[in-house]
Design a protein around this ligand. Structure first.
Ligand code: DQA
Length: 144
C-alpha cells in the first residue's frame, strides 16, 4: 500500500513554531517517525510539504493513480481553501485529515474545515501520533 503524507504551510517549522501548541519535535523528526511506522506496517510512504496553496493542489492532483491514500494536514489552508477541497474531491482518493493541535478548542476561525468534507476521518489533538493513526486507519480501509 502506498500513502502520501501532505503537510501545508508552516509545518516545516515544527519544533520552532509555538511549541506549546505543536510540541518540540521537528518536521524532520516527524518524517522519521512516520517512516519507521510505515516500515513496520509494510506501507510505502512519500512526503510533500509546501507553504503554497496551488502547490498543494498540484500535489493532490499528482497523487492520482500513484498512491492508495493521502494523509493531509493542510495547516491554515484547512480553514480557508476551497481549492484544496476541490482537488481532494477531484481525485477522490481515501483521505484522512490530521491536526497536531486540538483545533476544536482553539479560535473560532479554526472551527471550519473545508477539507473535512473530502476526508474519511479527521484526527485532531493527538500530537504527531495523529499521523500514525491516520496511516493505520487507511491500512484498515484497504483491508475491508
Ligand atoms: C494545524 C492547525 C491549524 O489551525 C494551523 O493553522 C496549523 C496547524 C495543526 O496541525 O494543529 O498550521 O493544522
Amino acid at each position: 500500500m502506498k500513502i502520501l503524507v501532505i503537510n501545508g504551510p508552516n509545518l516545516n517549522m515544527l519544533g520552532i513554531r509555538e511549541p506549546n501548541l505543536y510540541g518540540r519535535e521537528t518536521y524532520e523528526t516527524l518524517l522519521e517517525k512516520i517512516k519507521n511506522h510505515c516500515e513496520k506496517s509494510g506501507v510505502e510512504v512519500s512526503f510533500y510539504q509546501s507553504n503554497h496553496e496551488g502547490d498543494l493542489v498540484d500535489a493532490i492532483q499528482g497523487a492520482l493513480g500513484k498512491v492508495d491514500g493521502i494523509v493531509i494536514n493542510p495547516g491554515a489552508y484547512t480553514h480557508t481553501s476551497i481549492a484544496i477541497l476541490d482537488a481532494a474531491k477531484a481525485v477522490s482518493l481515501p483521505m484522512v485529515e490530521v491536526h497536531i493541535s486540538d483545533v476544536s478548542k482553539r479560535e473560532d476561525f479554526r472551527q471550519i474545515s473545508y477539507i473535512r468534507a473530502a476526508c474519511r476521518k479527521s484526527i485532531a489533538g493527538h500530537g504527531t501520533d495523529g499521523y500514525l493513526e491516520a496511516i493505520d486507519f487507511l491500512r484498515g480501509e484497504k483491508c475491508e
